[in-house]
Design a binder for this molecule. Structure first.
Ligand code: SIN
Length: 531
C-alpha cells in the first residue's frame, strides 16, 4: 500500500503541469508506463495556440474553434480556454520553455495552421512538444514532493462501488503493475488524475507513439465514469508515406507556411473541396485526400514545399527536414508523399472545465478528457493549450472539493490486488495477432469514411476479441502487452458504439449512410457503463 495526496497517471504537458502545481500542497506520485520522457506531448510538432498578434482577438480564436468543432463545442469552455492562453504560456516560459522569436523584432514568432484565420501558434521549430515535455520534466524532477514511478502500468481504478460500499461512489486509488518486478502495487489516494493521452494505436496507421493505447478512457469506463464523443477521431491529413517510417507526422505548420497539396499528377485538388484549399480544417482535408487516393488509385498524395527556400525549410522545420532527407526526400526539391493517419482523440472521459469527471475524486486532463473544447473536430494546436489550462484549473478545483487533511480513503478497507491462480502467458503470438487484427479492422471499417454495415461488422468482431482478451486477463499474469491490448479493445468498442449512435455526418464522423449533418443531432454522444 502506498499513500499519496495526488496520483497522476501520465507525464505529458497536462500531467506534469498539474504535478508542479499540486506539489506546492502535498505529495504527488507520477505513474507512467514507459520512461517519463515518453508522452504524446513529446511528439507534438506544431505548437500551442495563443492570441498575441495585433490583428488577432479572443473572439477570432473562439470563432475558429467553434467553426472547426462543427456545432458541438461548448462555447463557454472554448472562451475560457482561449482567454487563459496568455497566462498559461507565460507560466510555461517561466518553467523554462523556449518558444521561437522573430529575429528582426525579438517578439514571439507566430505560426499558422489549418482552420486558423490568423497567425497564433507559438512554436519551437517543429519540436514544440519535445521542448515543453523536457522543460517541465526537468523542473518536476527537481521537486522533492514529486515521486516518479516509471515503467509502472496503471491497471485499474479502485472505487468504493467496486469494493461493495453503498455510499456515494468515489475513486480511492488504483492498482499499478511494476513492470520490472511483475508485482502489482496498491496506490491509495482520493485525488487521482488521468493524464494518459489518447488512443491513436487503435488504428493501423497513426501519428501517435506506441503508448497511445487508450488506457485512461478504458480505465475510467470500467470504473463507471461518463465517456463522451468517442466517434470523433481526428485523422491528420499528412503523415509521411514511406515504407520504413510508418508514423512520422508532417506538421500542418508546413501548409501554414505555404505548402500546397497536389495529386500524383502534380495538380492541386483542394479547391474542389473547400475554398480555404490546403488550409481548410483537418476533417475536410483528410476526407478530401482519402477521396483523391480512392479516385486515382494512387497510394498517397503529395505536399509541395518547393516554393520555399532550402534555408527557410531547414531553419523552420529542422526535424522534418532532416528526417525526410534521411529518407531520401529533399523537401526543397521533391514533393513529400503523405497519407492521412489517426492523430487525436477528440472525445474522452467527460469532464467540466476543471477536469472533474462524473466519479468523485477522479479527474481527466489533456487528450484523455472531453471538456467540450474540441466538439466534433479539434482545431489544430488547441490541444497542448487545453492540457495546460485544464491542469491549472484542476489543481485548484481538486483542493477546493477535497481539501488536504480530509482524507476519505481511510474510511474504506482496500484489499491488495488479487492475482488468483494464474500462470505466465504461454503464447504471446495470440496477443500480437489480436493487436494486428484489431488495428486493421478499425482502419478498414471505422476510419475516415464509415457506413452502418462496416460499423456493424466491426462491432461483431470486437465482441469476439473482447471475449478472448478478457479470458487472457483472468487466466494469465498481467503484462504490459496484455493490459494495453485490453485497453485498446475497450477503447475501440467505445468508438464503434458511439459512431453507431450518430445518424448523421458531422465533423470527423462521416458516414455514407447519412452524408449530411442533421440539426436534430446537435448533441454529445454520452456513454456510461451500467455497473
Ligand atoms: C501538427 O503539427 O500538424 C499537429 C498539430 C496538432 O495536432 O495540433
Amino acid at each position: 500500500m502506498t499513500d499519496f495526496d495526488f496520483v497522476v497517471v501520465g507525464s505529458g504537458i497536462a500531467g506534469l503541469s498539474f504535478a508542479l502545481k499540486a506539489a506546492r500542497h502535498g505529495r504527488v506520485a507520477i505513474v507512467t508506463k514507459r520512461s517519463a520522457a515518453e508522452s504524446n506531448t513529446a511528439w507534438a510538432q506544431g505548437g500551442v495556440c495563443c492570441v498575441l498578434a495585433e490583428d488577432d482577438s479572443f473572439d477570432l480564436h473562439v470563432g475558429d474553434t467553434l467553426d472547426a468543432g462543427a456545432g458541438l463545442c461548448n462555447e463557454e469552455v472554448v472562451r475560457a480556454v482561449v482567454s487563459a492562453a496568455p497566462e498559461r504560456m507565460k507560466e510555461l516560459m517561466g518553467w523554462g520553455v523556449n518558444f521561437d522569436t522573430d529575429a528582426a523584432t525579438g517578439s514571439l514568432s507566430l505560426g499558422r495552421e489549418g482552420g486558423h484565420t490568423r497567425r497564433r501558434i507559438l512554436h519551437h521549430g517543429d519540436t514544440t512538444g519535445r521542448e515543453i515535455a523536457e522543460s517541465l520534466l526537468e523542473r518536476a524532477r527537481e521537486v522533492e514532493e514529486i515521486t516518479f514511478f516509471e515503467h509502472h502500468f496503471a491497471i485499474d481504478l479502485i472505487t468504493s462501488g467496486k469494493l461493495g460500499y453503498a455510499t456515494e461512489d468515489r475513486c480511492l486509488g488504483l492498482y499499478v503493475l511494476d513492470e520490472k518486478s511483475g508485482e502489482v502495487l496498491t496506490f491509495r489516494s482520493d485525488r487521482v488524475i488521468l493524464a494518459t493521452g489518447g488512443s491513436g494505436r487503435v488504428y493501423q496507421f497513426t501519428t501517435n507513439p506506441l503508448g497511445a493505447t487508450g488506457d485512461g478512457v478504458a480505465m475510467a469506463w470500467r470504473a463507471g465514469a461518463t465517456i463522451a464523443n468517442m466517434e470523433f477521431v481526428q485523422f491528420h491529413p499528412t503523415c509521411l508515406y514511406h515504407s520504413k517510417l510508418k508514423n512520422f507526422l508532417i506538421s500542418e505548420a508546413l501548409r501554414g507556411e505555404g505548402g500546397v497539396l497536389i495529386g500524383a499528377d502534380g495538380r492541386e485538388f483542394m479547391h474542389k473541396y473547400d475554398e480555404r484549399k490546403s488550409l481548410a480544417p483537418r476533417d475536410i482535408v483528410a476526407r478530401a485526400i482519402d477521396r483523391e487516393i480512392k479516385r486515382t488509385g494512387s497510394p498517397c498524395v503529395y505536399l509541395d514545399m518547393t516554393s520555399k527556400s532550402r534555408e527557410f525549410l531547414q531553419e523552420r522545420f529542422p526535424m522534418i527536414w532532416q528526417t525526410c532527407m534521411d529518407a531520401g526526400i529533399d523537401i526543397s526539391r521533391d514533393p513529400i508523399p503523405v497519407v492521412p493517419a489517426a492523430h487525436y482523440q477528440c472525445g474522452g472521459v467527460r469532464t467540466d472545465i476543471n477536469g472533474a469527471t462524473s466519479l468523485r475524486g477522479l479527474y481527466a486532463i489533456g487528450e484523455v478528457g472531453s471538456t467540450g473544447l474540441h466538439g466534433a473536430n479539434r482545431l489544430a494546436s488547441n490541444s497542448l493549450l487545453e492540457g495546460a489550462v485544464v491542469a491549472h484549473n484542476a489543481a485548484s478545483d481538486i483542493l477546493r472539493r477535497s481539501p488536504l487533511g480530509q482524507s476519505h480513503v481511510n474510511g474504506y478497507t482496500i484489499p491488495p490486488w488479487r492475482a488468483g491462480n494464474v500462470t505466465d502467458v504461454d503464447e504471446l503470438v495470440v496477443i500480437y495477432h489480436n493487436w494486428d487484427e484489431l488495428r486493421r479492422l478499425m482502419w478498414d471499417y471505422v476510419s475516415i469514411v464509415r457506413t452502418g454495415k462496416r460499423l456493424l461488422r466491426a462491432a461483431t468482431r470486437l465482441r469476439n476479441l473482447q471475449r478472448e482478451v478478457q479470458e487472457f486477463y483472468w487466466n494469465f499474469k498481467v503484462t504490459t502487452e496484455l493490459l494495453e491490448l485490453r485497453n485498446l479493445v475497450q477503447t475501440a468498442a467505445l468508438i464503434v458504439d458511439s459512431a453507431q449512435r450518430r445518424h448523421e455526418s458531422r465533423g470527423l464522423h462521416y458516414t455514407l449512410d447519412f452524408p449530411e449533418p442533421n440539426p436534430l443531432e446537435i448533441k454529445d454522444t454520452v456513454l456510461r457503463r451500467v455497473l
